[in-house]
Each structure stands twice: as structure tokens, then as C-alpha cells.
Design a binder for this molecule. Structure first.
Ligand code: 6PG
Length: 240
């Protein structure tokens, strides 16, 4: 449990260093899925400052986005757009190791398939990310895995990335592209960052409520085979 937003970001940045350095040493590359939402800018700020920046093997890091809003990258709602403004100008990740989902692709299904092929090329068999960073939605979503629509995952879906419609209750009201639960299940480390009293009930439901993966997709975390780290502030953790 951590106190301030800055402490939360620093804790996530430490895990970023540890995962990427370990992966680079073991396998010569580190595959990281960044997250959208409110916690990303704080992490980017922590990563671009010294001494953190100097401890990450950026030349070995491949950056992806775990889910993307279907808007052009210049749109303020684009998750990759935030990384482009707040992280990428400050850290030396080679351009060919930056792998955004094209939110404005004409054919989202084809874009999802393209990314799936790329991930399979880079991430081994079965494909494993070294680090997947996540926020938690108020309705229990992770990535863009929204409540009520995850039946294909329960049937053993093997696709890695797919288009998703956002329910009307979730902002912004635009379609998404998202990693599927498969990549959560295989990731070596998954880090969930949650802050604020408004998330307390859903965090408790995600971690220890009765299992219902359709109603609360965040419960996929419980099936992850790798390490799962939850970084929550006091207000968010009060139901645990
Ligand atoms: C997005 C995200 C989404 C987010 C959660 C939590 O595109 O919005 O990828 O999954 O991480 O909704 O967001 P907050 O931290 O902003 O509540």
C-alpha cells in the first residue's frame, strides 16, 4: 500500500526497472505493455527522471499499449498520444521498438490481427510479456475488457488482440482495441495501479469477491500465472 500518487508512480517505476532489467539480462529484450487511464502520466513522469531513467535498459525495451481508444494519435483521448507526449521524447527507446496500436485504422479487426502477429513474432511461444501495466475501471474493467462481453475469453480464446465496444457507462465513449485475457494470463509480471476511495469496492470485488469473470473482468488477474502486484493507495485499499 502506498500513500501519494507520486509514491504510487515511484513504486510502479521500480517494478518497471526490475522487470525490464531482468528481462534484458535473461532474454536480450523486454516487452512492456503500457496502460491508459489516469495512472499513466504519473508513471511516465517517474520514468523520465533520474536516477530511474538511467536504470532502465531502454535500448532493449519494446513498448506496446495494452489497449487503445479508436481515435487518431493526435486526439487527446489516445493512450499512445499520452506516451508520445510524456514519455517517448524523454527516453531512448528505438523507434522500431515502439509498437502502437493504430487507433484510427480503417479496419480495427485487421489492426488487431496485425498486432497479434507482431506479438507472436516477438514474445515467444506461448507469447509472454515481461510487464503488463494496468489501471482498474470503476465497473471492473481492465484493459478494454468490459463487463458483460468476455464470453469468448471464457471459451478459451487464443487471439491476443481484438476490437472492443465500450459500454455507454464508460468514458470516453469510443471503440477500443485491446489485448485479450490471454496476455494477462501469461505475463511474467502484471502491475495494477489503483487510487481513490471510488475504486475501493471494485478493487475488493476484483481481488476477493465471488468469482464472476463476465461481471468483473478484473478478476482475470486471479488466473495470471506470473507475478501480480497491486499498488493501491489507502483509500482504494480500504475494502481489502
Ligand atoms: C483506458 C484504459 C483503461 C483504464 C481504466 C482505469 O483506455 O481508459 O486503458 O483500462 O486503465 O479505465 O482508468 P483510470 O485509472 O483513469 O480510472
Amino acid at each position: 500500500m502506498v500513500g501519494s500518487a507520486a509514491e504510487q508512480a515511484r513504486a510502479a517505476a521500480e517494478l518497471f526497472i526490475e522487470s525490464t532489467a531482468g528481462a534484458a539480462a535473461a532474454r536480450g529484450q523486454a516487452l512492456v505493455a503500457l496502460s491508459g487511464g489516469s495512472t499513466a502520466p504519473g508513471l511516465y513522469a517517474a520514468l523520465r527522471e533520474q536516477p530511474v531513467r538511467g536504470k532502465v535498459p531502454w535500448d532493449k525495451v519494446h513498448l506496446f499499449m495494452g489497449d487503445e481508444r479508436c481515435v487518431p494519435v493526435a486526439d487527446p483521448r489516445s493512450n499512445w498520444g499520452v506516451a508520445m507526449r510524456e514519455l517517448l521524447p524523454h527516453v531512448p527507446v528505438p523507434e522500431e521498438q515502439q509498437h502502437p496500436l493504430q487507433g484510427d485504422a480503417d479496419d480495427p479487426l485487421r489492426e488487431a490481427a496485425r498486432m497479434g502477429v507482431l506479438i507472436r513474432e516477438l514474445a515467444g511461444n506461448p507469447p509472454r510479456f515481461d510487464l503488463v501495466l494496468l489501471g482498474l475501471g470503476l465497473d471492473g474493467h481492465l484493459l478494454s475488457l468490459f463487463a458483460g462481453v468476455e464470453t469468448s475469453a471464457l471459451r478459451g480464446e487464443q487471439s491476443l488482440v481484438r476490437p472492443a465496444a465500450a459500454p455507454l457507462s464508460v468514458e470516453p465513449k469510443v471503440a477500443r482495441l485491446t489485448f485479450t485475457p490471454f496476455l494477462l494470463l501469461t505475463a511474467r509480471t502484471v502491475v495494477l495501479q489503483v487510487a481513490g476511495a471510488a475504486k475501493a469496492e471494485v478493487l475488493a470485488r476484483a481481488l476477493k469477491g465471488p468469482e464472476d469473470l463476465v461481471a468483473c473482468p478484473a478478476q482475470w488477474l486471479r488466473r495470471a500465472s506470473g507475478r501480480v502486484v497491486v499498488i493501491a493507495d489507502e483509500a482504494a485499499a480500504k475494502g481489502l
